[in-house]
Design a protein around this ligand. Structure first.
Ligand code: DC
Length: 229
């Protein structure tokens, strides 16, 4: 395992530009990208597959003991497989999207996800996007960002992607959930992307990350000096 890997936590509201920018930042730095929303979606998909009632917390909690998953890292991205299968398309259907908030609100699910998500550092330096990465999953990281944009702009972006979604309702669910709600975490750098292009947002994120990486190197006293007595 890489010693002291860098964890870049990118949290924020839906359609704030999290995914686009997390992927771009990971590619620019050569880090591994982790989409934690996809992990919750994978569990929701699995429950639907198994005909588990999505309102049945006990049955979903029991499924966590039963499903056989692996964390796989390929082409610098991490995903969950279930019985060796990666449901890449299936987790994006409207049925899965409707089921996932219910699954994500269950405390046992969040504890399971936390354990798995923390294991991702075994793949080296990571960029992890989600809702609670800076607050709950890696609160110790010094690289925390919180992306947001106006409701109008986020709705416009969703529509441009062909998705009609009540984002105000989604924000409410994400922020008012009892366990690990979406929130601004201590030490996070806020970025409002309403008036920014993805290129500008990525550039700003990278500038902040390079600044912090330079400070971290100075602190650890990394020099090329030769040891001599
Ligand atoms: O980012 P997304 O739309 O793919 O997320 C899917 C769902 O999972 C959404 O309801 C929010 C939830 N989620 C979460 O609760 N915590 C995370 N770290 C990531 C996603």
């Amino acid at each position: 395992m890489k010693e002291n890997p860098v964890v870049i936590a990118i949290d924020g509201t839906s359609a704030s530009g999290k995914s686009t920018n997390s992927k771009r930042v990971a590619a620019a730095l050569g880090y591994t990208y982790v989409d934690t929303g996809a992990m919750y979606r994978t569990l929701a998909w699995y429950c639907l597959q198994q005909n588990i009632n999505i309102e049945d917390t006990k049955a979903i909690t029991a499924a966590l003991k039963k499903w056989r998953t692996k964390l796989v890292c390929a082409d610098k991205a991490v995903y969950l497989t279930v019985d060796g299968y990666h449901p890449a398309q299936e987790i994006r259907t409207s049925a899965t999207s409707a089921a996932v908030p219910k699954v994500a609100a269950i405390p046992a699910v969040r504890a399971w996800m936390k354990r798995k998500q923390r294991q991702c550092v075994k793949f080296g330096n990571i960029v992890m996007e989600g809702r609670d990465i800076g607050s709950e999953i890696f609160p110790e990281t010094e690289f925390k960002f919180y992306l947001d944009a106006s409701l109008d702009e986020r709705s416009r972006r969703r529509e441009a992607d062909g998705i009609i979604e009540n984002l105000a309702e989604r924000d409410k669910r994400d922020t008012q959930r009892a366990v690990s709600p979406l929130m601004f975490s201590l030490g996070a750098i806020p970025i409002n992307t309403s008036e920014m292009t993805p290129e500008e947002t990525t550039k700003l994120l990278l500038e902040k990350i390079y600044e912090k990486l330079a400070k971290r190197q100075n602190k650890s006293g990394t020099t090329n000096k030769t040891d001599e007595i």
